[in-house]
Design a protein around this ligand. Structure first.
Ligand code: BG6
Length: 510
């Protein structure tokens, strides 16, 4: 027997708001992602207080949300709550470029794209449904049939090619209306809207989709809750409340799915970037443990183990934050544990009790302590294949649930050669090294991993910068950061390499 189980789910991943485009087609409503700009192309310039000059170029590429505040217009960094205005409403502004409006126009190219995924041999395709295609404002009681019909066709196309859809219910988007009206997930009424949406798509696609994920990277909300949770305020209490509401909503839909659709498997999804202690100093080790628990394990503990851990209760109490827990919530959390844990893994991090004078690098959430033993991508993300094995062990030891790696990949600039080829050996090298470590976690450490869907299987818009030039795909899409290009698709060298990997069930990585 080989390293990977026979039924291992090889595939690739995307998210609706980063690939579909057609932002107002067939009754779709505006989502929070639609009013986000492309890094560096906005007419506004947002500076982050306290950012050392050497990191300014990273922040200059970060994606903005444009807004109106009375007569005034402005922009803030989507993932940096410290830049959010006091008051104001996210909105489209004249003269701004919003790359999500067209993206790579998957909406009109899905047949061609899925055919290419099939050519690579995908067993599954992780994608998301745009909530606003189904319920344009989030408040309707009847769904938009045209939106439902679109995903019917997408799933049919996948299944026709033997590809299992793996569907995220909410991947960094929600109706803009709910954000503007009551601050998104900071308000409990959003849970009911989401539940209506989830039940609708569960029912409609129950014979087509077996694998579901509730929310993408719940643990990112506290850094800047606009994109993930429609929270357009910087108050920690709103952000913690929003995360709590999402986890409660996840429990509600998991429980509902279990009682109505026993064939479903519903996972939670967290971004997993474990910290290494900066040194052997006990204080650095303690910092690594405690900071990772509060930034990451808290979410897994609630969504998998089904309760609010003591360390989080203490932490919230210290900050003077009271979660709006109502009678019945704790039972709901206990009964709505996820069937598996999906993660995005891009990098590890470094924790130190005192980080002021340490060398730093950038990630999509801000600056981090640099690890001198690792290389970095052009966007400052550290590259750590061994860290993936470390992460999988940590996660499996803690929860003992199957793990699905639904994101992992390298954002890099690719060159389209005059003959239509793209030589992305750096991406092949990145993925090869990660798959090798993933194999060791399975065969040497006994970690149960269900599948691997690299991010992203086709070039799409970057979520943190809005650029398409930060490319991740196996398939190159001819469009630039300003949206110019033919949208023609070209397989990269990595396309043919990944095809071999899948065909050999992970044995042939050369
Ligand atoms: C993950 C998100 O955090 O990282 C994706 O779930 C995102 O939506 C991916 O695209 C890569 O980040 P970026 O900012 O390079 O697109």
């Amino acid at each position: 027997m080989g390293v990977f189980p026979e039924n291992f789910l090889w595939g690739g991943a995307t998210a609706a708001n980063q690939c579909e485009g057609a932002f107002d087609a067939d009754g779709k409503g505006p989502s929070v992602a639609d009013v986000m700009t492309c890094g560096g192309l906005s007419r506004f310039k947002v500076t982050v207080p306290g950012i050392p000059p050497e990191y300014e170029h990273y922040f200059a590429k970060m994606r903005y949300v444009t807004y109106r505040k009375g007569e005034e217009t402005g922009a803030c960094i989507a993932m940096k709550k410290s830049t959010y205005p006091n008051g104001g409403q996210p909105d489209f502004l004249e003269g701004e470029y919003y790359p999500g409006k067209r993206a790579i126009d998957f909406y009109h190219h899905y047949k061609e794209d899925i055919r290419l995924f099939a050519e690579m041999g995908f067993k599954c395709y992780r994608m998301s449904i745009a909530w606003t295609r189904i319920f344009p404002t989030g408040e309707e009681t009847r769904p938009n049939e045209a939106g439902l019909a679109f995903y019917d066709s997408v799933f049919d196309e996948c299944l026709r090619h033997g590809i299992q859809p793996v569907v995220t219910l909410s991947h960094y988007e929600m109706p803009l209306n709910l954000c503007r009206k009551w601050n998104g997930w900071a308000d409990r009424r959003t849970i009911d809207c989401f539940e209506r949406y989830a039940k609708t798509v569960f029912e409609r696609y129950s014979r087509k989709v077996k694998y579901w994920l509730t929310f993408n990277e719940v643990n990112s909300i506290v850094h800047g809750g606009y994109m993930n949770a429609g929270v357009f305020s910087k108050r920690d209490e709103d952000l913690e409340t929003a995360a709590y509401h999402q986890m409660l909503a996840a429990a509600r839909v998991v429980r509902y799915a279990h009682s109505h659709y026993p064939q479903f498997q519903v996972g939670c999804m967290i971004s997993y970037d474990p910290p290494y202690p900066y040194s052997a100093k006990p204080e650095d080790n303690l910092e690594a443990l405690l900071s990772f628990d509060s930034k990451t394990h808290y979410y897994g503990d609630v969504m998998v183990r089904g309760f609010l851990p003591e360390y989080k209760r203490k932490d919230l109490a210290r900050k003077g934050i009271t979660l709006p827990i109502r009678p019945g919530d704790e039972e709901m959390l206990a009964q709505g544990g996820a069937d598996f844990i999906a993660i995005s893994y891009y990098q590890t991090s470094v924790a130190a009790a005192h980080s002021d004078n340490l060398d730093k690098t950038a990630g999509n959430l801000g600056q981090h302590i640099a690890n001198p033993y690792l290389e970095k991508s052009e966007w400052g993300w550290m590259i750590d294949p061994v860290g993936l094995r470390y992460a999988l062990n940590l996660l499996y030891d803690r929860y003992h649930k199957p793990i699905f790696i639904v994101e992992n990949g390298l954002g890099a600039r690719d060159v389209l050669e005059p003959d239509g080829t793209i030589h992305d050996d750096y991406r092949i090298d990145y993925l090869r090294r990660h798959i090798r470590e993933l194999g060791k976690a399975i065969s040497e450490d006994g970690v149960q991993v269900m599948g691997y869907t690299p991010w992203s299987c086709i070039d799409i818009i970057s979520c943190s910068t809005g650029q398409i030039s930060k490319r991740y795909g196996f398939i190159y899409v001819d469009v630039d950061d300003a949206g110019e290009g033919s949208l023609k698709r070209y397989p990269k060298d990595s396309f043919y390499w990944y095809q071999k990997v899948i065909r050999s069930n992970g044995e042939d990585l050369n």
